[in-house]
Ligand binder design. Structure first.
Ligand code: GDP
Length: 566
């Protein structure tokens, strides 16, 4: 159009778009802009996400063929996940690959008498749910490893709830049965308390006793996985352009961007053009977990691919398209969109959605200070479900709010409710980034009342807390004159007399109230800055211990805003 950049930007501004010189405009705006300058714009080509959606439309049943199951191993730390992955890897390498596995690519296949199984190499529910929070689900079956000597532990329960939230069936591998203290019956009993009733007791959960260390019963476990897979009738259409997800990706000095992808449908070939998240490229080479190069990969097969322009992220989806220009345009468009999205805060469900009638099914991750309050709250919350709004507690536990809780909430669009606990700074930051709402309460009644009010659409103006300072207790003195005085170092912000204070021990709230004095040397002071030491005593509270954290905060009432939809 032979116009000056400044003129275009000014016109855009007049049209209500604040644009920068290298910003991509959407088609409508571009056409409108051209019109404004007296030009007529014709659309010559446009590759959009819609093209992709058409491509990945539902497959005709007739085109579907059976595919191998994809399995993730989960369980409490030290119960034997890694040992099991190794035992499987070494006892069942694919025939003809007797040299064994030469490289780690993030997944591997094993052969059984009835076919192959693909194992994802990163055990644990954190990686599984992190992928899911990015919209990717790779796993068909979860093997839950429980040590027969130790029994069900907190991460065992987390793993169960993460798998359940994703609707993935669980096979329980009762491990370490070689140990004299092993008690597999007790494990069955314990695990049945979490909704997994063993088949031999009339339930539908497959449980098998194994020893990863002595490689006992590994074959039966694999057979049972195959059996489960057959019942699930896992199928995909291999005769179309490939689609799937990234399991791992890295930048290799020699080979450039390297990504391990799992083909979920279609067949991937060397030479295919693909878009992977915000990256794109042409498959230059495909390498399997045995280091062997080959030129096509069918569904459920993991392969390392070379040829992408940049390193994608684990959990990114990939799709093959016919033209190089298509994948480039879509990847670039996504990149622009990702940049714009990064500026917009993410937002998962909050109590306000309930208030506004947006959420009809509210998922909750519930964490409390002690087991006792957990049971009581759970009952109370579950009783609140009514015909209009269904409350579901997808995970509960005693203990602080963890990063794994936030990731689960993000993946499941749940909100986190905490009782008598607070998230620590890292968890709080993660929740903020992920747009997960954390609601913490000190009084059961408040918690119930808030959720009830939200359900009735009557939420009061929000109170917003602002942390103004933190101090760590270094020493505790008992003085006959002044009671208990905590010698503290201020670590963040300021310690202040005229604001509220709470005392945290391992992120559990022990006390909330006021200070009775803050002293620098002998003098009473109003405030002490970060980096300085001071003596702090609390009003009507003396049970202070070394390493406790004092959190200073103000509470403001703000009118609740409706969260924006995006
Ligand atoms: P992970 O943290 O779940 O990956 O557990 P690991 O696989 O690292 O195993 C933790 C410990 O348990 C290691 O010392 C293993 O040698 C041991 N272990 C794993 N499986 C068995 C088993 O079947 N029997 C016995 N006795 N020890 C096992």
């Amino acid at each position: 159009m032979n116009l000056k950049v400044g003129d275009i930007l000014r016109k855009l501004m007049a049209l209500g778009t604040l644009a920068t010189i290298n910003q991509r405009l959407d088609t409508d705006t571009a056409i409108l802009l051209a019109n404004e300058f007296g030009f007529e714009a014709k659309l010559s080509s446009l590759y959009e996400e819609e093209d992709i959606k058409e491509d990945s439309a539902q497959d005709d049943k007739a085109n579907l063929q059976p595919r191998s199951p994809i399995v993730t191993i989960m369980g409490h730390v030290d119960h034997g996940k890694t040992s099991l992955l190794d035992a499987i890897r070494h006892s069942n390498v694919i025939a003809g690959e007797a040299g064994g596995i030469t490289q780690h690519i993030g997944a591997y296949r094993v052969k059984t008498s009835t076919g192959e199984i693909t194992f994802l190499d990163t055990p644990g529910h954190e990686a599984f749910t992190a992928m899911r929070s990015r919209g990717a689900q790779a796993t068909d079956i979860v093997i839950l490893v429980v040590s027969a000597a130790d029994g069900v532990m907190p991460q065992t329960i987390e793993a169960i709830n993460h798998a359940k939230a994703a609707n993935v069936p669980i096979i329980v591998a009762v491990n370490k049965i070689d140990l004299p203290t092993a008690n597999p019956e007790r494990i069955r009993q314990e695990i049945s308390n979490y909704g997994l009733l063993p088949e031999e007791w009339g339930g539908d959960t497959i449980m098998v006793d194994i020893s990863a260390k002595q490689k006992l019963n590994i074959d039966s476990l694999l057979e049972l996985v195959q059996l489960k897979a057959e019942m699930m009738e896992l199928k995909a259409n291999p005769n179309k352009n490939a689609e799937g997800i990234v399991i791992e990706a890295k930048l290799d000095m020699r080979r450039g961007a390297v990504a391990t992808v799992l083909v979920q449908s279609g067949t991937l070939h060397v030479g295919d053009n693909l878009v992977v998240g915000t990256t794109y490229g042409k498959v230059r080479a495909m390498i399997d977990e045995y280091g062997k190069r080959f030129d096509k990969a069918i569904p459920s097969v993991p392969v390392e691919i070379l040829g992408l322009n940049e390193t994608p992220q684990a959990g990114d989806k990939f799709i093959v398209l016919d033209h190089e220009s298509q994948v480039r345009e879509i990847a670039n468009a996504r990149k622009e969109k990702a940049k714009a999205d990064a500026l917009r805060p993410k937002q998962h469900v909050s109590l306000m959605d309930l208030n506004a009638g947006k959420a009809k099914h509210l998922k909750i991750v519930l964490k409390t200070d002690v087991q006792g309050s957990l049971g009581a709250l759970c009952d109370a919350l579950e009783r609140m479900s009514n015909s209009e709004i269904n409350l579901e507690i997808i995970h509960k536990g005693a203990g602080s709010i963890t990063e794994s809780d936030v990731v689960l909430a993000a993946a499941s669009d749940a909100l986190i409710v905490g009782f008598n606990i607070r998230p620590d700074a890292t968890v709080e930051k993660l929740a903020e980034n992920e747009g997960v709402s954390i609601n913490v309460y000190r009084i059961i009644y408040d918690l119930i009342a808030d959720i009830k009010a939200a359900m009735e659409g009557l939420l009061d103006p929000d109170t917003q807390e602002k942390i103004t300072g933190k101090a760590v207790v270094k020493q505790v003195f008992k003085l006959s004159s002044a009671g208990t005085v905590a010698g503290c170092t201020v670590t963040e912000g300021k310690a202040q007399r005229n604001v509220k204070v709470r005392l945290l021990r391992d992120n559990v709230i022990i006390f909330e109230g006021n200070t009775s004095a803050i002293k620098r040397f002998k003098d009473d002071v109003k405030e002490v800055e970060k980096g300085y030491e001071c003596g702090i005593s609390l009003e009507n509270f003396s049970d202070i211990k070394v390493s406790d954290v004092m959190e200073f905060f103000t509470v403001e009432k703000i009118a609740r805003k409706l969260v924006s939809e995006n």
